[in-house]
Design a protein around this ligand. Structure first.
Ligand code: SRM
Ligand code: SF4
Length: 511
């Protein structure tokens, strides 16, 4: 398999190995690899190229791999979730799954020799993990209540699926898009509340009416990285729903063929837009799209604050409800996954949605079944009404599994939120996001209070610490937060957070 990317003049080491062999080539080699065992693999295949299949070697837990799926619009069904639960269950205490900040699932603990069988199982149930890591397009996010929300303008599920199918060749793998200069994020907003964080995606489609017709304004270039974070900017283009997949591919080809590849820290789409200027970029996209792009609609339809969907809400379908279950920091074990699948089948329409806040939504619950549903023991753990400091807690993977991490995140995030809940009363949820390093997978810049892992010195020793971000605004008029405090040792963090909550978020000390 070859990639369509041109040979750049100056290659960083990642570009060199992509030229040597396209990442997707490991698809044909996986059987042989799994016979040999991971210890026998070439290091580049093991650490990097396997990510083109969604297979992540974890240096923190060698021999226990992670599998990142693609779940377009974060929607799956009971049967699919049961198969995923069965995969995780095989690995006992080592197995678990995480709901990610891109409305997706990652499975953990997997033994390398099991991958050919697992990928076949995924294919059998209509799921794929292809092109989900490294220089590929990540999970396509859409409204988590698409198709059931009375306020939506459009159901984003088929749109996200069409984009994913175009980029991955319906999950089989598509060499046209496997050698991008860097990772790439695409989101489609379908309602007025910007449920996808449009502003932090390389391409975001936001609902907008033009001359009475429905379509999308296009935003480009949003991203977070250790070096730089930028909100997406308007491309000054408007497209109809049936054009999203083609336009996404056209932008990807411009990025693939012209995006900067010399410095990995300067290769995301925005760096190309900076280099060319928006007009030249827009013209190149039009050429690749093979038609001119109408100017953006004068305004978009993002008009609401962002909803977290936790709790029970009526659907637009008469007599049906959806239930948003809070999954603390997105972590699931096999038993819980089986149980979610069962609840969705017994009480709902067997559909499960994931959110970028790392939670779960069960849909299609009839009014008459709501009482019994609320008595289910799982809802003791996955609450419909969590405490305000826990409700909107988000955390990246952190040191437990991620070798980039500078701090442990998930356990600490939850423990601190629970301890502060014991001490403080709050009338409103506070969006607290943890991220283990400056890569910002936990999106601290979109939070009311964002915590980014770092190291600092205390009493002559290096200790885990955080930088604190504040001012992130989501939904309407979204804005990225900024760093307000630096290098707070984690062991000193609780009083700092308590003071912030008392001073800025109306918290009241409990008696
Ligand atoms: Fe991320 C790399 C986890 C969302 C920015 N991210 C990684 C790796 C793959 C590093 C590694 O190999 O260990 C992490 C895997 C750890 C693990 O074992 O789970 C990782 N990123 C995650 C997840 C799982 C965090 C979570 O707990 O939810 C999210 C998976 C999303 C998905 O389903 O695909 C995740 N990562 C994000 C986001 C948030 C988003 O997309 O809204 C960002 C910031 C937004 C962006 O990319 O513009 C993000 N991840 C990064 C970066 C910095 C990218 C850059 O341009 O510099 C890296 C490092 C890199 O790519 O070199 C990274
Ligand atoms: Fe790992 Fe850093 Fe991303 Fe957290 S932010 S998952 S620690 S790369």
């Amino acid at each position: 398999m070859t990639s369509s990317a041109p040979a750049p003049t100056k290659l960083n080491k990642f570009e060199k190995y992509k030229v040597e062999k396209d990442g997707l080539a490991v698809k044909d080699e996986l059987e042989e690899f799994s016979r040999l065992g991971w210890e026998a693999l070439d290091e580049t295949d093991l650490v990097h190229r396997l990510k083109w299949l969604g297979i992540f070697f974890r240096p923190v837990t060698p021999g226990q791999f992670m599998l990142r799926l693609r779940i377009a619009n974060g929607i799956l069904n009971s049967e699919q979730l049961r198969v995923l639960a069965g995969i995780v269950q095989r690995y006992g205490d080592d197995g678990s799954a995480d709901i990610t900040t891109r409305q997706n699932l990652q499975l953990r603990g997997i033994r390398f020799e099991d991958f050919p069988d697992i990928l076949q199982q995924l294919q059998n149930i209509g799921l794929t993990s292809v092109q989900s890591g490294m220089d590929n397009v990540r999970n396509i996010t859409g409204s988590p209540v698409a198709g059931i929300d009375g306020a939506e303008f459009i159901d984003t599920i088929p749109l996200c699926q069409a984009i994913q199918d175009a980029i991955t060749n319906h999950g089989a793998g598509n060499p046209d898009y496997t050698n991008l200069p860097r990772k790439f994020n695409i989101a489609v907003a379908g309602g007025p509340d910007n449920s996808v964080h449009a502003e932090i995606n390389d391409i975001a489609y936001v609902p907008a009416f033009k001359d009475g017709n429905f379509g999308f304004n296009v935003l480009v270039g949003g991203f977070f990285s250790a070096k730089r974070c930028e909100a997406a900017i308007p491309l000054n283009a408007w497209v109809t729903a049936d054009q999203l997949a083609d336009l996404s591919c056209a932008i990807l080809r411009v990025f693939r063929d012209h995006g900067p590849r010399a410095n990995r820290q300067k290769s995301r789409l925005m760096w190309l837009i900076d280099d060319w200027g928006l007009e030249k970029f827009r013209t190149a996209v039009e050429q690749e799209f093979a038609q001119s792009l109408p100017e953006a609609a004068p305004k978009d339809e993002i008009a609401w604050e962002k909803r977290d969907h936790i709790g029970i809400y009526p659907q637009k379908q008469e007599g049906l409800n959806y239930a948003g279950l809070h999954v603390p920091v997105g972590r699931l074990n096999a038993e819980q996954m089986f149980e979610i699948a069962r609840l969705a089948q017994v009480y709902g329409n067997s559909e499960i949605r994931l959110t970028v806040e790392q939670n779960v939504i069960i849909t299609g619950i009839e009014q008459a079944k709501l009482d019994a549903f609320q008595q289910e023991p799982l809802l003791q753990t996955f609450s419909l009404a969590p405490a305000p400091l826990v409700r909107e807690l988000v955390s990246c993977t952190g040191a437990r599994f991620c070798n980039f991490a500078l701090v442990e995140t998930k356990q600490r995030a939850l423990a601190l939120a629970q301890e502060l809940t014991e001490e403080l009363t709050l009338s409103q949820p506070v969006r607290i996001h943890w991220t283990g390093c400056p890569n910002s997978c936990g999106q601290p810049q979109v939070a009311d209070i964002g915590l980014m892992g770092t190291k600092t010195r205390k009493d002559g020793k290096t200790v885990e610490a955080v930088d604190i971000y504040m001012g992130g605004k989501v939904g309407k008029d979204a804005k990225l937060g900024e760093r307000v405090l630096k290098s707070i040792p984690c062991e000193d963090l609780k009083p700092v957070l308590r003071d912030l909550l008392l001073d800025k978020f109306g918290a009241i000390q409990r008696a």
